[in-house]
Write a protein that binds this ligand. Structure first.
Ligand code: BES
Ligand code: MG
Ligand code: ZN
Length: 490
């Protein structure tokens, strides 16, 4: 999808469908803005009969069958003093989804004087595009509807020289993440993920390294390989490197949990554990690869960024890990696997050790790690932990700018007790209470503690069953925009 702006006088505009946002006050003078398109008096009359005053969330639809202009949709934005950018994004998003199939091009006219900066129009564009996302890859019957190709903002002379290149790059990253997450587990296998990673590297000039099981064994990755053992599919350890030209000021590692399917292993997912949804257990790696695609295109300066995924499946066969096995991770620590369904942290243990050995200034990992975080924070907010206040604040700032929910959780040291094992250095699973906190404490054992680190548990946010804001039902691509914004802020 493309973005464009119409910068000329409105009376020269000749599009077919228009979304026009109005606030509650001085409706008449607002309608004057479109008097070249339709008679304000006529519209005003309709407003009265339909009892429309520009209230937030209300909308009116006009069809003109015999004219060049086919549709005008007027959306109420509420009182201008309460005007909230998120409300505009949400109303536009909902609307776009409704009319998506009917138009190839949609034009949008808003009270721009109330929309302050270029950044805001970029965020509007981003949310419109992400709201309009559709995925028909797995439908045999092809959709015969029109495909929305262009969003035009009627800005007149308001935002001069504006371009949407970066917005497009970020959206492409989010959309890649969504496609990876939504792909079924027989399609997106560890091998397929490695192929997609290689493609990103090729498209944007990143370094790429894919390690097979033997190479991971040579590195002593006993925790990761224990998880992969029960699957017929070979694990793939993915490492992409994006290096800016010129001097490097900071080195960053982004690590994503990449379980292309999580059956639970011998601690099989039963009852209401939603085993059929566990294709999305690679949401963390999707965010990392989505960020790699976006950042590979944006090419930030002064940075070396590593993208790391220990991809595999958690399955059951005769050589699968037993509940009770003791394994050794690549940093030499031994782990008693008291629950095979706490597999994500085992794969992350070796991925974090690998990242730590690259000696980055900071590591951020993203993972659909625990059901406990879904209970704690629901589907709109991800939990995060960090050993560094500056990193925590920077992440919060970035997530607030892009509108992804993020809430800091405690690294409660006393809960480490729950991971004590009688026979190994630690167990992989603590008590049920505070389950997402012990998971974070477990991860903390696998990198050099001088490195700034943050862990984001996206188990609740990587998928939505219903349309939700700029996320159509399905995979959200959560995390890509926060990661990219965090890096852009550097
Ligand atoms: N992939 C799951 C976590 C998950 C649960 C993600 C629900 C999305 C929705 C993870 O591997 C898992 O199974 N975690 C267990 C840990 C437990 C055994 C300590 C859980 O949360 O139940
Ligand atoms: Mg599991
Ligand atoms: Zn899992």
């Amino acid at each position: 999808m493309q973005f464009s702006t119409f910068q000329k006088n409105l009376n020269e505009w000749q599009g077919a469908s228009l979304i026009f946002g109005v606030v509650e006050e001085e409706i008449e003078s607002q309608l004057e803005n479109i008097r070249f398109i339709v008679d304000p008096k006529l519209l005003l009359k309709k407003f009265t009969t339909k009892k429309f005053k520009g209230e937030k969330g209300k909308c009116l639809n006009f069809e003109f069958l015999d004219q060049k202009l086919e549709t005008i949709i007027i959306i109420g934005l509420g009182k201008s003093k309460d005007l909230n950018k998120d409300d505009i994004k949400n109303s536009l998003g909902d609307l776009i989804r409704k009319i998506l199939d009917k138009n190839e091009k949609i034009s949008i006219l808003l009270p721009w004087e109330l929309i302050n900066s270029k950044l805001e129009i970029h965020h509007l564009a981003e949310s419109v595009r992400l709201s309009a996302y559709k995925d028909n890859r797995f439908n045999k019957k092809k959709d015969e509807h029109k495909v929305l190709k262009e969003i035009e903002f009627l800005t007149s002379n308001k935002f001069e020289n504006i371009t949407f290149d970066e917005t497009e790059k970020i959206c492409e990253g989010v959309e890649l993440a969504r496609r990876l997450v939504a792909a079924p587990p027989n399609s997106l296998t560890p091998k397929e993920m490695s192929i997609q990673a290689k493609q990103i590297a090729k498209d944007h000039g990143l370094g790429v390294k894919i390690l097979d099981a033997k190479q991971c064994e040579d590195l002593g990755m006993g925790a990761y390989l224990a998880v992969a053992k029960g699957s017929d599919l070979e694990p793939k350890f993915i490492h992409l490197t994006l290096k800016s030209e010129g001097p490097i000021k900071e080195k960053i590692a982004l690590v994503g949990k990449g379980l292309t399917f999580d059956s639970g292993g011998y601690n099989l997912k039963v009852g209401a554990s939603q085993i059929e949804m566990m294709k999305y257990d690679m949401g963390g790696s999707a965010a990392v690869l989505g960020a790699a695609k976006a950042l590979g295109a944006i090419k930030p300066k002064g940075l070396e960024i590593h993208f790391i995924v220990a991809a595999c499946e958690n399955m059951i066969n005769g050589s699968a890990v037993h509940p009770g096995d003791v394994v050794t991770a690549s940093n030499g620590k031994t782990i008693e696997i008291n629950n095979t369904d706490a597999e994500g942290r085992l794969t992350l243990a070796d991925a974090l050790t690998y990242a730590s050995n690259l000696k980055p200034d900071s590591i951020i990992d993203l993972a659909t790690l625990t059901g406990a975080i879904v209970v704690a924070l629901g589907n709109d907010v991800a939990g995060f932990w960090s050993n560094d206040n500056d990193l925590a604040n920077d992440l919060k700032t970035a997530s607030t700018v892009v509108g992804e929910g993020l809430w800091q959780m405690p690294l409660q040291k006393s809960y480490k007790e729950g991971l004590k094992s009688h026979i190994a250095d630690m167990k992989n699973t603590g008590p049920r209470a505070g389950g997402s906190i012990t998971a974070a404490l477990f991860l903390e054992e696998f990198f050099n503690e001088e490195i700034k680190w943050a862990h984001i548990d996206i188990a609740g946010t990587c998928w939505t069953d219903k349309n939700n804001g700029l996320n159509p039902s399905g995979a959200t691509g959560f995390g890509v925009r926060t990661l990219v914004q965090w890096i852009k802020n550097k």
